[in-house]
Design a binder for this molecule. Sequence first.
Ligand SMILES: C[S@@+](CC[C@H](N)C(=O)[O-])C[C@H]1O[C@@H](n2cnc3c(N)ncnc32)[C@H](O)[C@@H]1O
Length: 423
Amino acid sequence: MKKNARQTALDILNDIFGNDAYANISLDRNLRDSELSQVDKGFVTALVYGVVSKRTLLDWYIAPFLKKQPKPWARTLLHLTAYQILFMDKVPTSAAVDEAVKIAKRHDGQATANFINAVLRNFMRSDRRQEEPKDWETKYSMPKLLLDKMVRQFGGKRTGEILESLEKPSHVSLRKIDPDIELANTRPSVLVESGLVADSGNFASSEAFLTGKITIQDESSQLVAPQLELKGEEEVLDACAAPGGKSTHMAQYLTTGHITALDLYDHKLELIQQNAQRQHVSDRIITQKGDATKVFETFGAERFDRILVDAPCSGVGLIRRKPDIRYRKENSDFEALQQIQLEILDSTSKSLKKSGIMVYSTCTIFNEENFDVVHQFLESHPDFEQVEISHEKTDLITDGCIFITPEMYHTDGFFVAKFKKKG
Ligand SMILES: C[S@@+](CC[C@H](N)C(=O)[O-])C[C@H]1O[C@@H](n2cnc3c(N)ncnc32)[C@H](O)[C@@H]1O
């Protein structure tokens, strides 16, 4: 039997919460070969991301109507249906409930179907729908660990603004590869010359994307490549390169120079190659499997003119696009990541030529992976100095670094620091 959209969404959600699958990967795996129409695939994607980003809140709405604790899949089915009732104006409530009851019956028989039916009907008859929780942990479905860290770093007011902005749908951000390209329903980015922004749209299947005239890359991430000050002939190391967003952007500035694009995994190196081919820069990008903490051992001293360390990080700045990130963090992750980030910088710094430029970037908003790393690196590497970054949008700059949080320009949260090796 052909699997319908809601059943597909439920299966993906169970994969995420039951098997710890990444939402984007599970969506891709389940939708790639599915017989669903494009509209239904869009519906599944909206359901999955919606339920993931509002899981705690949805549970708060249905909890008073649970006379017994449902099995995990049945609880997720209730979340899925409550999400349609509360947040999807165009979906008729009756269709959402009827389909939930059918799924429950197929899955576990009539008794469970009756239970799901009773919970949902009681929820709809109550005033609960008009209520809103006050605490941010529930209202924004944000785990306490992250919430506490945000409040400590940003204070209550700005944390509230960040959380509120994460609730709004992401923009689609594009990078122009053909500088003259004009695309309907897009507007120029106010942050980067290379950028175009759209409120929505499936650009990955557009002619411009497939022929390499544009690519999909967040505006904040497009701020990185210009910091390398590439003239064209440089030998560049991109130490953590996959899937190649920044390697391919840097390659656009090169003529005779090359980028060595390093990453740990073969399947990720393939993604860089695919991206480079589509964007017509594969002659300037050499992929290599390797560990960025061992760059010095692999490449030796003073080998590169420029180095980019787009480090593995907690990715908290990406929560709007990847809402499941919030459930994957533990305190020890932040400490471990800082250690790796410093190890990578230590090793790569030795392979940079004198007077060379090294750029460090992350897609997180927490100090311990950003400013603290910069301070510790500079303290232990007196042969390096920080280069102050400037930008016409002066609010992007904090202590000489680009530091952008998601509420400022509705982009991902991002950090960029720039260093020079003394001559
Ligand atoms: C933030 S992502 C890089 C994104 C990429 N620069 C881009 O713009 O598309 C970090 C990457 O670092 C890789 N990575 C993690 N640890 C690494 C290590 N020790 N050495 C090399 N790459 C590593 C991960 O596989 C991941 O692809």
